[in-house]
Design a protein around this ligand. Structure first.
Ligand SMILES: O=P(O)(O)OC[C@H]1O[C@H](OP(=O)(O)OP(=O)(O)O)[C@H](O)[C@@H]1O
Ligand SMILES: O=c1[nH]c(=O)c2nc[nH]c2[nH]1
Ligand SMILES: [Mg+2]
Length: 165
């Protein structure tokens, strides 16, 4: 398992801006028949893409992958990948969207299911990057991305109080 030593919090605004940037990139490569979101992380990017790209046909591939545990503080250890719901066909003309690729395990599985779909993510880490057709931002492999739907506003201890005296 990769040790995550960096934290990369993402605000709703930043996520929205990046999803719109992804929409621009994908519009240039269309036309598209529809969007397939990989649940659950792909659902929010898919909602922004379909609004910006005027796409009305939306489907899902439902997968369960990570298990809460080992890495601590919300970071997770990877378990078996379980497909709860697939999609008919080979994905031709469809955008397959997820929030990120990390190890690339989820991407490899869904690409196997829909080999002709165009795989798009907002974030990519180096190990998963070769499996993505279009992404917006790369982060290092030891970074844990914190999505806005996984966070809440809370008190922040002043840096001076965290510093050992
Ligand atoms: O490249 P990988 O190592 O496979 O990791 C990437 C996947 O992990 C996350 O989903 P997760 O399984 O945590 O579930 P969720 O989307 O339902 O939150 C993320 O949304 C990707 O789908
Ligand atoms: O919220 C998340 N952030 C990440 O960096 C990550 N990698 C795999 N799965 C992930 N989920
Ligand atoms: Mg996911």
């Amino acid at each position: 398992m990769v040790p995550y030593s960096k934290d990369f919090p993402v605000s709703w605004e930043e996520l929205h801006r990046n999803a719109r940037a992804l929409s621009w990139r994908l519009l240039e490569q269309g036309p598209w028949k529809g969007i397939i979101a990989i649940t659950r992380g792909g659902l929010v990017p898919a909602a922004i893409l379909c609004r910006e790209m005027d796409i009305r046909l939306i489907d899902t591939i439902c997968v369960v992958s990570y298990k809460e545990g080992e890495a601590g503080q919300g970071a997770m250890a990877q378990g078996d990948l379980n497909v709860l719901k697939g999609v008919e066909g080979d994905g031709e003309g469809f955008i397959l969207v997820d929030d990120l690729v990390d190890t690339g395990r989820t991407a490899a599985k869904v690409r196997e299911m829909l080999p002709k779909a165009h795989f798009a993510t907002i974030y990519a880490k180096p190990a998963g990057k070769p499996l993505v057709d279009t992404f917006i931002t790369e982060v290092s492999q030891d970074t844990w991305i914190r999505f806005p739907w996984d966070m809440e506003y809370t008190f922040s201890t002043p840096l001076a109080d965290r510093h050992e005296k």
